[in-house]
Write a new protein. Structure first.
Lengths: 406, 108
């Protein structure tokens, strides 16, 4: 009996999206699907400790949720068309493979481009991830009521504007997959480097959730190279999590991290994904190139073993895919290791990134290496002003204060 | 099938001849594909009158109900099975009339 709590947690993680997705298709209403799924899980919490865990927990939850939906609809006086349809569909057997399709439909609906990005993120975490509204509110440091309204508004728009519960039109598909990946990457990055000074610097809950969701999308779209690329990128980044923040809460730069603290299993999995993509011979997209860059970093047991020429070559490839100033800034950091700080500084200066803390932090670092302490200090000051993350600010302050006093 | 209002937003009202020709092509396509319900261009906001008949004698106020830089200069009412189709039509309409459009579902 002691294990029922654990079983419930596991079943919730594994089955939530499936239950919501199946109900949403049967009932044609995301809101009711979510509510009934939550009720079914509440019933499980009540009953399983006494009755035992059913042999097929997912099917039990779906059936329970569906019965509750029907009970409720029967009680309602006014029945719209979808209500009647839902009643008629009551015990239709599932076509084979339809459940996975349902989860994919759910992902595409939650990440629909007609919804605001913050609504997409909240809806994906709620509907696909199964996080509660208070959990999502906490993760983004938003008031619970405000987060609740954000999700409610999104669901209202889905219903009123008829955002389809389905896989996108063929001609929309590439852009829509890119949109889903953008949502997943934003969730990951919020956990990886919280943008708000009031939050913990690195939050494993969000990075773990982003990885879990990306694994799900990968299972649903196994042939998509960019999905694999994003998963590899997340795994190789997550592998370094324990080494990224010091005991005193300061961010530790890649070159200074204790590489023994990196997670070898995650690295092995990430490397395998990158290798598999390379083996296809297909031209990689942005996430695949970023994953490859991280694979080169995590391949070096010591920072001095880093293959910088390979990294610069990959950044050149990335610049061709995405010539944005931020990508060029990151390339310059690698160029500094290969060709020295002077060459890198020439590439950094003039990038239109005045308001971006990493631009000033990079300049500060390069100017320090060139012995231009005064300019370096001024750049650190500007970076500290703009940085939002506490661990990063602590790191920048220490680096600045290490500079020789004028 | 759902109906959507596609409002055309712009600072100046009248399309150029070229734009009008492109709009005609788009209209033909809407009709051919069964999406057409209605469309029309509107005279400038300065020609509008706000009417308040809620309380006894109606009150007439010269001009649009809200002063803004951009106005609705025309609209389509289209029919589509769901938003993804409507969004594609809106993007096409926006390109043909060379203006931004706002897509909004009718209730129901």
């Amino acid at each position: 009996m002691t294990d029922v709590g654990e079983v419930l947690t596991r079943v919730h993680r594994e089955e939530w999206a499936r239950v919501v997705a199946t109900l949403a298709r049967r009932l044609g209403d995301l809101d009711v699907a979510e509510e009934m799924a939550a009720e079914a899980f509440a019933t499980a919490v009540e009953r399983w400790p006494a009755d035992g865990v059913p042999p097929n927990p997912g099917a039990w939850l779906t059936t329970t949720a569906h019965r509750r939906a029907i009970d409720r609809l029967r009680r309602e006086v006014r029945r719209e068309e979808w209500h009647r349809e839902a009643l008629m569909l009551a015990d239709t057997p599932e076509p084979l493979g339809a459940i996975d399709d349902d989860r994919l439909r759910l992902v595409f609906t939650c990440c629909h481009p007609a919804l605001a990005m913050e609504a997409r993120i909240a809806l994906t975490l709620r509907m696909v991830g199964g996080l509660t509204v208070p959990e999502i509110a906490r993760a983004f440091l938003v008031q619970e009521a405000a987060m609740g309204r954000r999700i409610t508004r999104a669901k209202e728009k889905i219903r009123a504007a008829r955002i389809p519960y389905g896989v996108p039109l063929r001609e929309d598909l590439p852009a829509r997959v890119t949109g889903v990946l953008a949502v997943l990457y934003l969730i990951f990055n919020e956990g990886y480097l919280a943008s708000d000074p009031g939050k913990e610097a690195v939050r494993g809950d969000l990075t773990a959730e982003a990885i879990r969701l990306t694994r799900l999308v990968r299972a649903l779209l196994p042939a998509d190279g960019e999905v694999a690329g994003l998963l590899a990128l997340m795994l190789l980044t997550e592998a370094r999590r324990a080494a990224r923040v010091s005991a005193s809460g300061e961010l530790v730069a890649l070159g200074e991290q204790d590489r023994g603290a990196w997670d070898r299993d995650l690295i092995a999995e990430g490397h395998a994904l990158v290798r598999a993509r390379l083996a296809t011979g297909q031209p990689p997209g942005r996430y695949q190139v970023l994953a490859a860059i991280n694979a080169v970093h995590t391949d070096a047991r010591d920072v001095r073993d880093t293959d910088w020429s390979q990294i610069v070559a990959l950044y050149n490839q990335l610049v061709r895919l995405d010539p944005s100033p931020i990508v060029r800034l990151n390339r310059a950091i690698a160029v500094a290791e290969l060709d020295g700080p002077e060459v890198a500084l020439a590439q950094v200066d003039g990038l239109p990134l005045e308001g971006y803390h990493a631009y000033h932090a990079t300049r500060a670092e390069l100017l320090r290496r060139l012995g231009r302490s005064d300019e370096s200090r001024a750049a650190y000051d500007r970076a500290i002003e703009l940085a939002g993350n506490t661990a990063e600010t602590a790191y920048l302050i220490r680096r600045r204060d290490q500079l020789a006093r004028p | 099938m759902a109906q959507y209002l596609m409002s055309v937003l712009n600072e100046t009202a009248l399309p150029t001849d070229e734009e009008q020709a492109a709009i005609d092509v788009f209209n033909d396509r809407l009709r051919a594909d069964g999406h057409w319900v209605f469309a029309g261009g509107l005279a400038s906001p300065a020609t509008a009158t706000v009417v308040d008949g809620r309380d006894g004698d109606p009150v007439f106020t010269d001009g649009p109900y809200v002063e803004s830089k951009e106005h609705v200069v025309g609209f389509w009412i289209i029919e589509a099975p769901h938003l993804d189709v409507a969004l594609r039509l809106a993007a096409l309409g926006s390109r043909h009339c060379n203006r931004r459009v706002e897509l909004r579902p009718f209730l129901g």
